[in-house]
Design a protein around this ligand. Structure first.
Ligand SMILES: [Cu+2]
Length: 160
C-alpha cells in the first residue's frame, strides 16, 4: 500500500471515530479555523529555520518555541546510525500513527507533516503554526518508529 494512502485512510478512520471536529484540523486551508489550527506551510513564508538533530534515542531539542501564526522551516539531520522520523501532529494523531506503525514498522514517509530520515540524511518540513493557544498545546513533534517516542524521541511546542 502506498504510504500516503495508508495515512489518509487512517486519518479518515480517526475522523469518523472522533467526529467532524478533528476532520479538517490542519487541512482546511484558508479558513479562519485553519489559520487558528495551523498546518503544513510554504517554504517561501518561512522566516525562521530550526535545525534539529536526530540522535540514537532522542532529538537534540525537547521543546521548540514558536510565535503564533509563524511559519518555520525545520531542517532535520539524522546523526545516528538508525532510521528516524520527524513528524508534526496533534498528540492523538501521533498516538494513532504509532499504533499503525507497530503493524507496519518499515513504513517510510515523505509528506507535508512527516519525513523519514535515514542515517546521515537531512530533510525538511515547513509548518505554519496556528494562532489558537490550545491547538499549539496539543501539537507535538515525534519519531513514530516503534519504541522511539517512548524512549524520548518526542517534544512539544511553546509560545514564544
Ligand atoms: Cu526514531
Amino acid at each position: 500500500m502506498k504510504l500516503a494512502t495508508a495515512c489518509a485512510a487512517l486519518a479518515a478512520a480517526i475522523a469518523l471515530a472522533s467526529g467532524p471536529v478533528s476532520a479538517d484540523a490542519g487541512h482546511a486551508h484558508g479558513s479562519p479555523k485553519a489559520a487558528a489550527m495551523g498546518g503544513p506551510g510554504k517554504a517561501a513564508d518561512a522566516k525562521r529555520v530550526v535545525r534539529i538533530e536526530a540522535r540514537d534515542r532522542d532529538y537534540n531539542l525537547r521543546q521548540i518555541q514558536v510565535r503564533p501564526g509563524e511559519t518555520v522551516r525545520f531542517v532535520i539531520t539524522n546523526k545516528s546510525s538508525i532510521r528516524h522520523e520527524f513528524a508534526i501532529a496533534r498528540r492523538d494523531e501521533h498516538v494513532a500513527h504509532r499504533a499503525m506503525m507497530v503493524k507496519l514498522p518499515d513504513m517510510v514517509h515523505d509528506d507535508d507533516e512527516v519525513v523519514t530520515v535515514e542515517p546521515g540524511e537531512t530533510k525538511e518540513i515547513v509548518w505554519r503554526f496556528g494562532t489558537d493557544r490550545n491547538a499549539l498545546k496539543d501539537l507535538e513533534f515525534a519519531c513514530n518508529i516503534p519504541g522511539h517516542a517512548e524512549q524520548g524521541m518526542q517534544g512539544t511546542f511553546r509560545r514564544m
